[in-house]
Design a protein around this ligand. Structure first.
Ligand SMILES: [Zn+2]
Length: 140
C-alpha cells in the first residue's frame, strides 16, 4: 500500500519529469539560496515571506546532503507553505513532529525513486551514497 507521500512523489515525478529537488523548486518559483550558518548543525531553513517561498541550504554540507536538504525544504514550501521551519542535523533531529517527518519522508522517497528495493545494497550504503541521513531508513 502506498502512503500519501508515495503518491505525492509519484505525482511530482510525472508532472515535473525529474526527481531533482532543485528543478522541482525552480518549476514552482521557490527561491533556493546557499547559506553559511553560524550554527553548522543547521541543514536548512524554509521561510515564507511576503508570499515568497525561500529555501536556505547549508553550503558547508556535502553536495549529496545539500540535495537531500533541498528535497526536505521543498516539501515544506509546497505543503507547509505558511510555516517557517528549521531542519537540524541528526544530533538534534529527534524528537520531530509530523511536518518534519513528512518532509524527510518525501525527500528520501524522491531521491530514491526508481531504485530497486531488491538491490544488493544495504539501506546503510544506499543512505551513504545518496547523502540521506541514516535515520531516514524508516522511510525506505
Ligand atoms: Zn523541516
Amino acid at each position: 500500500m502506498s502512503s500519501r507521500i508515495d503518491q505525492i512523489v509519484a505525482a511530482h515525478i510525472k508532472r515535473f519529469k525529474t526527481n531533482d529537488p532543485f528543478k522541482i523548486a525552480a518549476a514552482n518559483n521557490i527561491m533556493v539560496k546557499f547559506w553559511t550558518f553560524s550554527n553548522n548543525e543547521v541543514f536548512g531553513i524554509y521561510r515564507y515571506e511576503r508570499r515568497n517561498r525561500f529555501v536556505f541550504i547549508n553550503r558547508n554540507l556535502p553536495i549529496s546532503q545539500q540535495i537531500f536538504t533541498c528535497g526536505h525544504e521543498v516539501f515544506h514550501a509546497l505543503y507547509h507553505t505558511r510555516m517557517n521551519t528549521l531542519f537540524l542535523s541528526k544530533n538534534t533531529l529527534y524528537p520531530v513532529g509530523r511536518f518534519e517527518r513528512e518532509a524527510s519522508e518525501y525527500s528520501t522517497k524522491l531521491l530514491l525513486y526508481g531504485i530497486s528495493k531488491n538491490s544488493d545494497m544495504t539501506k546503510e550504503s544506499v543512505c551513504k551514497e545518496y547523502g540521506i541521513p541514516y535515520e531516514m531508513q524508516q522511510y525506505m
